[in-house]
Write a protein that binds this ligand. Structure first.
Ligand code: PRX
Length: 663
């Protein structure tokens, strides 16, 4: 496997773009990348004005490219456009109209069996979106109203998103793996008027009861006893899994019945460049998830340009991003980026290993997928499952591979390169975040020499820097905090309804710069090596989880007195969640309580946040000022020798009292 390199040998290897790839690529050489990059930094107004004009269809031109009153940015001020128009109407009357916009594969029933299939051309997708947009209008949804989308990976998820953008409603997609409580919290924070859901979704042969979770969200109250979901007027339910659901008359409506009542004529609303487009909740280091706000023009430009240049999209590509639309990757690189480019985007409903671990390779061979964009966690799982699964299938259609979500270890990179890419396909390791809207640090496949484990260099217009605690740039090869020095079009515009927190979280750590929360180092060639989060956010299997959120879920259980959650390295998931818990006096720890607490977290947040390990302690190690000593807990969690100053520990003994995983 992977030529038997050690990590260090791999890190020092450089892979130059192949000549025949570069010859056909949008950006054909490193010199061309450098020239465009320098222009984008030196004359940003000129650069972005040209790109916005070339890439997007405008109803009304903008007056000013950027209005920057730190930390608030407005891009393409005064302009008007519509996202759904740019993704759909733009292609009507061209050859793209009859091209597959979305190829969908449902979860298969049994080994060797294909899943259900559905293909929608741009023309058909436009039709579906117009119909559903009219359903939204029929129920009183207007520009600026918020709509929660809680759907499985089905075509209707993209239809619902695009329908919102068509009439100027603001969508907030909630990952199908999140709980009723998470649905209720997000409805409350966004004050949404409508929920779009399904009876259920399929996952590894089981039905995820989405509608039931929505029903369970309705009785949940805030601290004052008011229902969290009181703003919801209608729930539209897609028939997907066929499971039984209960309906509240007057509130709940079937998708298929509603679309039968409207026509398909629905002009796209003229939206201001800065009109809110979507809110996506993501975990931070404190409190409940934050509503990241993205707006219309800048976001779309970022999603479109990065899709085009990073994935080097060509007309004949079958492009597959495996992310769920519940995450930002699904927004930018399953829906908006590819459709704005007139590309064919593949959507898969199920898991990579159901019913067998060759699911991905089977799909690639079946549809002739040319570009695959997935997460390091998935790649490590494929490595573990063995080479025999990809080897069973013809992967020769692939021409480009991508990764996102967490640092990719060089061994996984080499496996991807060798076993999947057959040493032919460039790999783009793309660093970005929910907040950044689009890819920020990445190779361009025809231009940038790659090294396994680094996302390499910034995309056009992006100015990242690695800095010390004072905000000063650190020398090459020293670690520091990753910041972004200048605004960029697809940056978040704020946190929904919380200007103060927006300033605090992103703009106060290093004044004047956007703080990413990631640690990083630049090597001698200026390549950025992302180390991972340096705040209290964990990256578990590419999912972002706030330790504070899991802690508050744990202490909301009546048996728990105190909890601290830290990460430990995990060979498969990148990081695993370890919870240190003290129980209330008189309660004796045992396996049943451990199981109860794990399920409690799943109920409060979702199964993705379940601690991998719960360790009981009589007390948690604290400094004299009462702060939990997380550094120590991290060392205990990962089984490393305890280092550093422990003299401020209030009670050194507590460390010895922490129980192991098998209490
Ligand atoms: O720590 C970085 C990691 O994922 C975080 C962002 O998570 P989220 O907002 O959920 O978005 C994930 C998909 C864009 C970052 O702060 N991360 C993302 N991509 C990479 C990465 N770490 C290293 N290398 C990457 N390519």
């Amino acid at each position: 496997m992977a030529d038997n390199f050690t990590s260090l040998q791999i890190e020092n290897r450089v892979f130059k773009p192949a000549k025949d790839f570069s010859a056909r690529a949008h950006i054909k050489s490193f010199a061309q990348y450098k020239k465009l990059y320098n222009e984008s930094i030196k004359s940003p107004d000129k650069f972005w004005a040209r790109e916005a004009k070339n890439e997007l269809v405008w109803f009304k031109p903008w007056k000013k490219v950027l209005d920057w009153k730190p930390p608030f940015a407005k891009w393409f001020v005064g302009g008007q456009l519509n996202v759904s128009h740019n993704c759909l109407d733009k292609w009507l009357g061209t050859a793209t109209a009859n091209k597959a916009a979305i190829i969908w594969e449902g979860e298969p029933a049994a080994p060797g069996k294909p899943g259900e299939e559905r293909t929608l051309t741009y023309k058909q997708l436009h039709h579906e979106v117009c119909l559903f947009a009219n359903v939204l209008k029929k129920h009183g949804i207007k520009k600026g109203d918020r709509i929660l989308i809680y759907l499985p990976m089905v075509v209707e998820a993209a239809v619902a998103m695009l329908a919102c953008t068509r009439i100027g409603a603001v969508h907030s997609v909630v990952f199908g793996g999140f709980s009723a409580q998470s649905v209720a919290d997000r409805v409350f924070d966004s004050q949404a008027k409508m929920i779009i859901t399904a009876d259920g979704g399929f996952r590894r042969g089981a039905v995820v009861p989405l509608k039931k979770n929505v029903d369970d969200a309705f009785p949940l109250n805030d601290a004052h006893g008011n229902p969290l979901t009181k703003t919801i007027e209608k729930v539209i339910v897609l028939r997907r899994a066929g499971n039984e659901v209960t309906f509240q008359p007057g509130r709940d409506l079937w998708w298929h019945e509603e679309v039968a009542t409207v026509d398909a004529k629905c002009p796209a609303e003229k939206m201001d460049s800065e009109a809110p487009l979507f809110i996506l909740y993501t975990s931070g280091s404190t409190g409940k998830p934050k509503g990241i706000l993205h707006t219309t023009a800048g976001y779309l430009l970022g999603a479109k340009m990065t899709s085009k240049y990073v994935f080097d999209l060509r007309d004949e590509d079958v492009y597959w991003c495996t992310a769920d639309i519940g995450w930002v990757t699904g927004h930018s690189y399953v829906v908006y980026g590819p459709l704005a480019n007139g590309a064919t985007s593949l959507m898969y409903e199920g898991a990579p290993n159901f019913p067998e671990p060759d699911r991905f390779w089977r799909i690639i061979a079946k549809y002739g997928v040319t570009i695959l964009y997935t997460a390091p966690t998935a790649i490590r799982a494929f490595m573990k499952w063995g080479d025999q699964w990809p080897k069973k299938h013809d992967l020769s259609s692939l021409r480009l591979l991508g990764t996102v979500g967490e640092p990719i270890n060089p061994e996984a990179w080499m496996w991807y390169h060798t076993v999947i890419g057959k040493k032919r396909c460039p790999i783009v390791d793309t660093w970005w975040q929910t907040e950044t809207g689009g890819i920020m640090i990445t190779p361009l496949p025809g231009a940038t020499p790659t090294k396994p484990g680094t996302a390499t260099l910034p995309f056009f217009g992006i100015v990242p820097e690695v800095v010390d605690d004072q905000g000063q740039a650190v020398p090459r090869n020293s670690g520091g905090k990753l910041v972004i020095r200048k605004p960029w079009p697809s940056m978040l515009r704020g946190l929904w309804g919380d200007e103060k927190r927006y300033k605090e979280v992103y703009w106060s750590e290093v004044p004047g710069s956007y703080f990413t929360g990631d640690g990083c180092r630049q090597d001698k060639d200026g390549y950025f090596w992302i180390v991972g989060r340096i705040d209290d956010v964990l990256n578990v299997a590419g999912h972002r989880i706030g330790t504070a959120e899991v802690e508050s879920a744990l202490v909301s259980n009546s048996k728990v007195a105190e909890a601290a959650v830290v990460g430990r390295p995990d060979a498969l998931k990148g990081q695993a969640l370890v919870a240190f818990v003290t129980l209330k006096t008189g309660i004796t720890p045992n396996q049943a309580i451990r199981d109860e607490l794990r399920n409690h977290v799943a109920k409060e947040i979702g199964p993705v946040a379940k601690p991998d390990d719960i360790r009981f302690a009589e007390a948690l190690p604290k400094t004299r000022s009462g702060k939990i000593m997380r550094r120590l807990l991290k060392q205990v969690a990962s089984g490393t020798e305890i280092k550093g100053d422990t003299t401020t520990l209030e009670d050194l003994n507590v460390l010895t009292k922490i129980g192991s995983a098998d209490d």
